[in-house]
Design a protein around this ligand. Structure first.
Ligand code: ATP
Ligand code: MG
Length: 275
């Protein structure tokens, strides 16, 4: 069952981020398709740290809501490749761009799966730390899975300084984490994931990043004002009471009032999904 890198034929570029390039590949013998994440300049200390963390997490996670890893390849020239299951419908970011906003019923379906993945991670002491539409993948079986563990943290193993803790996208950062990254202090990685998740679900409903007015560029000062001093965003009039209350439970600025993944899985918004 072991797949070697030489048996893989590159088909197309699927995506590109800070961490590396992701290609769609075909296994020559079986014709199965996979996604192959390639990180080449890993002589860089931070990139190498992120990658080894990502591999460590993917190796030890086993959940139907976390993208599955098939193999890891380390090339002589220092390239590292991660072979993953291919999610053929792309990310929530590309689905939003291509198909427009999501209905409440669809979002309940998406939310339940992402929360199952987050609940799995959080009960295994892992904070994802980069939850956003581009890092949640979908396949044509309507399965939704969390991907991209490049900056995740295994909370129990954390010792500040071993690998300097990398910073994700500011836009989806919780108020308490934004403060910590910029002013020092502590925050809960788990509660922060829930904030990012709430923003992500809201973005899929309203069709744009919810914390800034349309057209406003997401520069650092605008984000800082919106995240740290603004009221949490709320859903437009047309949304159901259950949906409004669900988003409110995620977007509590006070960590103590924010719901956990386990609590949210029992929220009425998720209880009567038409799938
Ligand atoms: P960033 O740092 O910008 O978040 P990254 O370099 O860390 O990106 P990923 O988020 O893992 O890399 O992947 C980048 C993109 O590649 C995703 O947004 C998605 O569009 C695509 N992609 C990644 N993994 C898969 C997969 N298993 N199946 C299908 N597409 C994928
Ligand atoms: Mg990504």
């Amino acid at each position: 069952t072991s797949i070697s890198a030489a048996d893989l034929e590159t088909l197309e570029l699927l995506g590109q981020g800070n961490g590396g390039k992701v290609y769609k590949v075909r296994h020559k013998q079986t014709s199965s398709t996979y996604a192959l994440k390639l990180v080449s300049n890993h002589s860089d200390h931070t990139v190498r740290c992120n990658l080894s963390r990502e591999i460590e997490i993917l190796r030890c996670t086993d959940s139907s809501h976390i993208v599955r890893c098939e193999a890891f390849f380390e090339q002589p020239l220092g390239d590292i490749k991660i072979l993953m299951e291919f999610m053929d419908s792309g990310s929530l970011e590309t689905l939003l761009k291509d198909n427009g906003t999501f209905s409440e019923a669809k979002l309940a379906h998406v939310a339940r799966q992402v929360l199952s993945g987050l609940n799995y991670l959080h009960t295994h002491n892992i904070a994802h730390r980069d939850i956003k539409p581009a890092n949640i993948l979908v396949n044509s079986n309507m399965e939704v899975k969390i991907a991209d563990f490049g900056i995740s943290k295994i909370m129990s193993l954390t010792s500040e300084g071993a690998c300097s803790s990398p910073v994700g996208t500011f836009a989806y950062m919780s108020p308490e984490r934004f403060n910590k990254e910029n002013c020092g202090g502590t925050y809960s990685g788990y509660a922060s994931d829930i904030w990012s998740f709430g923003l992500t679900i809201m973005e899929l409903y309203v069709g744009r990043y919810p914390l800034l007015p349309p057209g406003q560029s997401p520069d650092w000062p605008s984000l800082m004002l919106a995240i740290c001093f603004g009221e949490p965003p709320s859903l437009p009039e047309g949304a159901s009471q259950e949906f409004k209350s669900f988003i409110e439970a995620c977007l509590q600025k006070e960590v103590g009032k924010r719901w956990t993944a386990g609590q949210l899985l029992k929220h009425p918004f998720l209880s009567d999904v038409g799938f």
